[in-house]
Design a protein around this ligand. Structure first.
Ligand code: URA
Length: 205
């Protein structure tokens, strides 16, 4: 892509992006978070997976997808034959949005303004990693990657092309899957995520 076409200034490598995220004040989420969580993976991965935002564990460890949703994603990726260490895994929003509930910190969905503010960082990661394929997991990632909402149930499995030239797919977010009470529906969503990961990895090849 043309340099700076995403409007992300002069960031020239992922270390600068990671450092910038730690001091970011583009929205207020930094205030209650332990740290910002940048994407993780090879600097030139062919596949980028975008989630929503760090959860409790990610916020504490500074690493994306290491909590319960991350464990589900790991399992699905292994099943799909997509090695996690060859994929760049990141989030639409880099700080954990939450509210206290007793001793626990309850996840809160980031709003449009926060997603928009944090696109600065996602776009920088996209420009630097230059993935061939982007897999957006869940509504927040879809909003960040496509700049609009898409019905995941209807669009998953369909390969799309982004303005920057990347191929894109959408799928279910693993956290959503963890909350489906019905066993069959849960299994179906998981199988679809595995299929979508398989397709994304194949397209990236
Ligand atoms: N959920 C996400 O969307 N991202 C993470 O990093 C962890 C949980």
């Amino acid at each position: 892509h043309a340099r700076g076409s995403y409007g992300d200034g002069n960031l020239t490598n992922l270390e600068e992006v990671a450092a910038g995220i730690q001091v970011c004040r583009r929205c207020d989420l930094w205030h209650d978070a332990t740290q910002g969580v940048p994407g993780l993976g090879p600097a030139r991965a062919a596949l980028m997976i975008v989630g929503e935002q760090p959860g409790d564990q990610e916020d504490l460890q500074g690493v994306p997808f290491v909590g319960p949703a991350g464990q589900l994603l790991d399992r699905a990726m292994a099943e799909a034959g997509a090695p996690r260490d060859r994929v760049f895994v990141t989030n639409a929003v880099k700080h954990f949005k939450h509210e206290p509930r007793g001793k626990r910190r309850l996840h809160k969905t980031p709003d449009r303004g926060e997603v928009q503010a944090c696109r600065w960082w996602l776009d920088a990661e996209r420009r630097l990693v230059r993935p061939k394929v982007i897999l957006a997991l869940g509504a927040t990632a879809v909003q960040a990657v496509f700049g609009k909402a898409l019905p995941i149930g209807k669009t998953r499995g369909q390969r799309q092309t982004l303005e920057g030239g990347e191929l894109a797919l959408v799928s279910w977010h693993p956290s959503f899957m963890l909350r489906i009470p019905d066993r069959d529906a849960k299994d179906r969503a998981y199988a679809e995520l595995v299929a979508d990961l398989k397709q994304a990895w194949k397209l990236a090849d």
